[in-house]
Design a protein around this ligand. Sequence first.
Ligand code: HEC
Ligand code: HEC
Ligand code: HEC
Ligand code: HEC
Length: 348
Amino acid sequence: MIFKAWDRIGIDFVGLGEQEFIFGVPLIGNMTKKSQIHLVCANVKDIHRISPYLVPYLRLSKGMKQVLITAVIDPQVLKSTDEKITFTDPVTALKRIQETINHDLFIVICHADAAKAEKWLTQVSGIDLVILGHQPGVSEKKVEIKGVIVAFNNDRGQFVSYADLVPKDGRYAVSGPHNIRLQAKIAEDRSVVRLIEEYETWSRKYYYAKSKKQHLAKAPPDIENIYVGKERCKECHEETVVSWAKTAHARALDSLLRKGKEYDPQCLPCHVTGMNDKSHGGGFISLNLTPHMVNVQCEQCHGPGGLHAQDPENVSARLSGEQTCLNCHTRDTDPGFSYKKKQKTGIH
Ligand code: HEC
Ligand code: HEC
Ligand code: HEC
Ligand code: HEC
């Protein structure tokens, strides 16, 4: 879907990050074959042996000027792939390209954290613009490395950034980056909406089929404390369970059902109880196998309560506070979350 959308938008090139390499070079290669996108990476070792679809740099003619574009990735951000890809020193790779390829403008995409990028880029001269990936957020302030403007990547598609290049003293002065927040005002593009709908249909089928193949895991014998579900808590904390049932947390699964996302592992962890907690058994696995663990129940905030339910003296149930809320009420899902305000209606 993303490749198709990129084609639709008319993107010239993409600098690869670890998220792309996870899929493996063969798949990336296949996608590239069907699209106009150039995937750029300057510091992949043996690039041509690995994939003819990755290019070390691109040179585009834009308004009579030769724009040289390349990308480097921090070898350390890529911990596990199914490929035996190795990476070379980014500084050496950048210098070689910068010195051997004629150009008027030099743009570098750097997939590394800001500190590392700074370390590399101070060793290479003649760069006109740096675009940092692997960096959450948007740079509202002007950021420079050795006088070179740095644009951060965008916050999950909420922003589009651009920079102006102004001829100055035979070179270019870069002004920006300027960030535009994408608001609902921008009319939706039907062809992209269709792509997303296609993807949604595909992913629903895919995750549904996958959930049918799941099994109830046997709790490892060394696990003492497991999730037991709210019905157990109700035996002794009836009032609390009744008042919790009036909160939004008790209806969190409904929201996924309304969106047809009740099998989607990207959505479930915050809308159910004990999913992905491998160190304790009994948590949510799937709608079919663990229907009693849906919604944000007691144990999602207080921790697994198996031991405590057997022996109330054993108060292993931890008292949770703001930090627990922030696991799910994140910058993305609930911008401006206020514990003070939300504890009034959000707990029990
Ligand atoms: C058999 C009865 C019983 C069951 C079942 C039970 N509790 Fe309790 N719970 C108690 C009692 C009694 C206390 C008070 C213990 C104390 O303060 O010493 C308590 C206290 C607590 C506290 C407060 C702990 C603290 O530090 O003050 C929490 C939180 C709690 N229970 C959560 C749960 C959850 C979640 C469940 C379900 C998984 C659950 N309980 C099941 C009897 C029970
Ligand atoms: C496991 C993830 C998770 C945790 C932890 C969590 N929430 Fe929520 N919360 C949700 C979800 C999901 C919803 C939306 C429920 C729905 O309507 O589908 C929600 C909704 C709410 C709402 C109602 C909507 C709103 O924003 O007014 C309040 C209030 C709230 N949570 C407060 C809290 C507080 C306070 C804490 C911490 C004590 C907390 N939540 C911890 C997932 C979580
Ligand atoms: C990181 C945790 C998290 C994840 C992952 C998550 N949600 Fe939520 N979701 C929340 C929280 C927190 C709220 C409550 C927000 C608020 O305070 O209004 C919420 C609320 C909702 C609501 C209710 C909004 C409303 O106003 O009625 C829907 C629908 C929803 N989520 C769907 C989804 C879907 C679909 C996915 C997967 C694509 C998803 N969520 C993934 C935490 C999460
Ligand atoms: C969204 C997170 C959240 C959920 C869900 C939740 N709790 Fe709590 N609970 C808290 C927090 C936070 C406190 C600390 C008290 C406070 O600050 O209001 C607390 C306090 C408690 C206490 C001790 C104080 C009191 O109010 O008696 C008990 C007992 C308790 N919870 C039981 C439960 C049970 C039983 C459930 C399930 C029905 C549950 N909790 C669900 C967050 C949660």
